[in-house]
Design a protein around this ligand. Structure first.
Ligand code: CMC
Length: 428
């Protein structure tokens, strides 16, 4: 029997349906609430609001569980293949070998940027933030791919997705090369996705950068662990922009902008800066925690806490293990890893963090791993964006195909001045 919730307003009773997800999450359906009662709900920052039905990603924050299309992320760690995961997220099931090969070939076919876009880079200041370049350039893909400004079938969506997923790494690498004043290195069609990105980042003319299998696996894993996280800030933005029937390029560019924020994807940069300050002696781990707890100080322990996880973020657990594995393989030691471990130990024993259930999140260890690959700090959030792109595309597609998907248009509780009259300038 369908379950109902009862709401009593001014002595009048209203029945609201209770919906249930496949993993047992329950939601009160308020979609007709205003129509029936004249009331809206008030939920700042939408912390308790389900905005869609989704089949893409399941997160259980209490128990530290993350699954893509039902598959636990831990199962992608053995032989990580980011492109396979991208296909899974976008198209809803694991690809067959032929489908994966066809998609990989499509990525190779579209890995170059239009020379017009390449010339755009010459006009960008060398010290421009790479996330600004990424957002602007993803948006400008719309200049050159008019045929995908509207995608109404899976075939054209696959074409547009392949262009975006392939070109984003070329854009990212070119942004880095521009900041270094170094020549752009074209993609190498013989290389796989991650190796090709590192080649464009680090090869120089006549000397090809050679990636080791350990580093290639580590980068695949970093991208996979960032690939989707249900209705996070940037994905919600992508859905909201897409709900206006804005094209995929514009919607993903908006996602990049949201991701840039230090409370979201930008946190990986803040973590690294925090660890470096501690390493250089400008801050002790104990002082760092004191600052994070001080409510008069805007500083936070970056890489800690999460809206959904009230337990160890499973992505952070895998990244920490990968850090240890990579450093053992390359026989190198990074003092920042020791500092991160120390901070984690202190925070997990501190009543402030324990009471608020603040644990390491995906951004706490990802930077140390990216640093081990030679990726500079200002490219960390760009790498997060490359990883998150398939998730944005999957969310955009789901929203686009949802028959119940109307334009996103929240309500508000107006608390401004009541009606008053305009006063002409010379009477003020
Ligand atoms: N350091 C110190 N205090 C914290 C932290 C932190 N990292 N995170 C949360 N708190 C406190 C917060 O001040 C609040 O305290 P009180 O109850 O006394 O007011 C309480 O914990 C609850 O925090 P909140 O800000 O209400 O939680 P939220 O769900 O709105 O925000 C968050 C989640 C991720 C923005 C927040 O935990 C944070 O700012 N963390 C640091 C930034 C960060 O690591 N972001 C990456 C998130 S994971 C990847 C991604 O989404 O991109």
């Amino acid at each position: 029997m369908a379950q109902k919730a009862t709401l009593i307003v001014d002595g009048k009773q209203f029945e609201l349906s209770i919906l249930e997800g496949t993993e047992g999450e329950r939601a009160i359906d308020i979609s007709r609430l205003r129509e029936e009662t004249g009331l809206i709900t008030f939920d700042p920052s939408m912390a308790n609001t389900g905005v869609c039905r989704s089949e893409i990603t399941f997160v259980d924050g209490e128990n530290g569980i993350l699954r893509y299309r039902g598959i636990p992320i831990e199962e992608f760690t053995e032989r990580p293949n980011f492109i396979e995961v991208a296909w899974l997220l976008i198209f809803g099931r694991l690809p067959t070998r032929d489908e994966l090969t066809a998609f990989s070939e499509k990525l190779t076919e579209h890995e170059l940027l239009h020379e017009g876009i390449k010339h755009q880079f010459q006009h960008i200041p060398v010290d421009a933030p790479p996330m600004a370049i990424l957002s602007a350039t993803v948006s400008s893909l719309a200049y050159y791919h008019h045929q995908f400004l509207s995608v109404e079938d899976t075939e054209s969506l696959a074409e547009a997705a392949a262009r975006l997923i392939s070109k984003v790494r070329t854009i990212a690498a070119f942004a880095y090369r521009r900041s270094q004043g170094m020549p752009f290195i074209y993609p190498d069609p013989k290389l796989r996705y991650c190796a090709n990105f590192l080649h464009m980042m680090f090869s120089i003319p006549y000397r090809q950068y050679v990636v080791t299998p350990e580093i290639e696996d580590a980068l695949n894993l970093v991208f996979i662990l960032h690939a989707d996280h249900e209705q996070n800030c940037s994905s919600s933005v992508v859905r909201a922009v897409g709900s206006a029937r804005a094209n995929l390029f514009a919607s993903c560019a908006a996602g990049v902008s949201a991701l840039w924020g230090p409370l979201h994807g930008g946190a990986n940069v803040e973590v690294m800066q925090m660890l470096e300050r501690i390493h250089q002696g400008g801050l002790s781990p104990e002082q760092c925690l004191r600052d994070a707890k001080d409510k008069t100080n805007p500083f936070r322990l970056y890489g800690f806490g999460h809206r959904i996880y009230k337990n160890y973020d499973p992505r952070a657990k895998i990244l920490k293990q990968m850090c240890e594995k990579v450093f053992a393989q390359v026989k190198r030691h990074d003092p920042l890893l020791d500092i991160a471990r120390k901070l984690e130990e202190l925070a997990l024993a501190d009543p402030y963090f324990v009471e608020r259930r603040l644990y390491p999140n995906v951004d706490f260890y990802s930077g140390i791993l990216l640093r081990a690959m030679g990726i500079p700090t200002n490219m960390f959030t760009v790498c997060f964006a490359i990883g998150r792109l398939p998730g944005w595309i999957a969310q955009w597609k789901e929203q686009h195909e949802d028959p119940a998907g109307r334009i996103v248009r929240p309500r508000q509780l107006y608390v401004g001045p009541v009606k008053k009259h305009y006063v002409p300038l010379d009477e003020r």
